[in-house]
Structures are given as C-alpha cells and as structure tokens.
Design a protein around this ligand. Structure first.
Ligand code: ADP
Ligand code: ADP
Length: 224
C-alpha cells in the first residue's frame, strides 16, 4: 500500500473550510508537489499528513496506521523519527551554529552530544556544506540556510520530508539549488517528499503534481 494516505480529509477554521474532503496517496520515495492558489488548503493538507493538524473528518494513514488513533506521545515520536520538515524560513535556531542546528533533531531523539555532532558534520559534508558548520544562521546566505535546513530534515533518516514553500524566501537560482539538493538527497535515501509550492519551476523537481483548489485535491494530476 501507500506509505502515507489521506482520505476524505476535512478541516474547518471558523467559517473557513480549509479542507473539504481532500485525498492523496504518497508512495515510498516519491516526490509529490501540491500546487494551487494561495488559501487553497495546501499547507493544511501538509499539516494533516504530518500529524500536526488533526482532521475534523476523514483519515490519514501512515504505514497503515491511523494517525488520529495514535496517542499524542506516539504521534510526536513518529514525527521525530520518521518525518523531516523544511519550512519557508525561520526554522534554524539563531543562537546555535549550523552544525548544532543539524545535530538538534538527533539530540531530541536521545543521541549523545558527540555522536549527534559527528553525524551532523557528516551530513553537512555530504551535502557540500562543511564550510558553514561553525557559523550561525545569521552569518550564512538565505540559500545556505535552507540547505542547512535540508540537512537537518534528513539527518534522522526520515521516510518522508514535508517541505512547505522551501524556496519561497529565495531568489530563483538559490531556490533551484535547494530543490536540486533536497530531491537528489531524498532520492538517494528513498525518502518521499511532500512539497507545497505555487511555483511551476519548483514543482518541476517532483515526480507528480497534485492540484489543490477550494480545499479539495483535484483529479487532474501531472506525472513525469
Ligand atoms: P494554502 O497553503 O493553499 O495557501 P492554507 O492551508 O494555508 O492554504 O489555508 C487554507 C484556508 O484555511 C485559508 O483560508 C486560511 O486562511 C485558512 N487557515 C489555515 N490555517 C488556519 C488557522 N490556523 N486558523 C484559521 N484559518 C486558517
Ligand atoms: P502558506 O504561506 O504556507 O500558505 P500561511 O502563511 O497562509 O502559509 O500560514 C502560515 C501558518 O499560519 C500556517 O500554520 C497556517 O495554518 C496558519 N494560518 C493560515 N491562515 C491563518 C489564519 N487566517 N488564522 C490563523 N492562522 C492561520
């Protein structure tokens, strides 16, 4: 079966139907782009798939298990071990070095400082980011910061990376570099990516585009 699936997912905020019965299947190792206009429900769908937002109705299953049926503690443990996250900006802790930022998810998973720092350094080196290891996020470019965020998302070896407008704050060249790095590194690991973007050039890095409109996933899908 699918690695991750949403069926008939609804989510209402006050009078707004953010999701009105959305469905999506994500297969292991696949890069899926959620496209569509602002306010269509893309981020809400991503948050439901990641177990951050609980649907009002419908089901999200990860490896067959209903996320809403898991105790909170198990769901957050799952997020830390099986999922990685890249957001638009502001996700790196400014007081920590880039190396410490990449080590952070490992520390949160209970790894000792030295082992976490070693793995973080290996990840930065593998992604061509060794020279920023000792710098703080404020001392690197926006593109480098997002590539460090990619390293942080992948360092725990997740099965799925959720990327919400990961290039939204970057110029187009830096954005392409981030997408190149993210998709190449994910493919090497057979890590799936759920990507939210409204830029066709960013979506072009996916295997499959799904259009979200008025809280529904549209039947039209573009597959490469
Ligand atoms: P997209 O990512 O496609 O821009 P969103 O999922 O962010 O769309 O939002 C869908 C709709 O739900 C929008 O009208 C948005 O304002 C609303 N919405 C999303 N999250 C919240 C929230 N936490 N509280 C209130 N309204 C929300
Ligand atoms: P995106 O740019 O990805 O569509 P937004 O900037 O719309 O995201 O929203 C960023 C965060 O704020 C999300 O977590 C979303 O759920 C929340 N949010 C969006 N719209 C509203 C709203 N009207 N009221 C409160 N929170 C919102």
């Amino acid at each position: 079966g699918a690695l991750l699936s949403a069926t008939g997912v609804r989510k209402t905020y006050g009078a707004t139907d953010a999701l009105a019965g959305a469905g999506l299947q994500v297969w292991a190792g696949e890069v899926v782009a959620l496209m569509g206009p602002s306010g269509a429900g893309k981020s809400t769908l991503l948050h439901c798939l990641a177990g951050i937002v609980r649907p009002d109705a419908g089901t999200v299953r990860y490896r067959g298990a209903d996320l809403a049926g898991l105790p909170d503690r198990e769901r957050s443990a799952l997020r830390r071990t099986d999922f990685g996250f890249v957001f638009q900006f502001g996700q790196l802790v400014p007081e920590l070095t880039c190396l410490e930022n990449v080590a952070l998810p490992l520390r949160l998973n209970g790894e000792r400082n030295r082992a976490a720092a070693k793995r973080a350094r290996e990840m930065l080196t593998e992604l061509g980011l060794a020279e920023v290891a000792g710098k703080r996020p404020g001392e690197v470019s926006g593109g480098q910061g997002q590539r460090v965020a990619v390293a942080r998302a992948l360092v725990t070896g997740p099965r799925v990376v959720f990327a919400d407008e990961p290039t939204g704050a970057l110029d187009s060249l830096s954005g392409e570099q981030v997408m190149q790095l993210l998709t190449a590194a994910a493919r090497e690991r057979n890590t799936a990516i759920v990507l939210v973007t409204h830029e066709a050039r960013v979506a072009a890095y996916s295997d499959r585009e799904v259009v979200v409109r008025d809280g529904r996933t549209r039947a039209l899908e573009v597959t490469r």
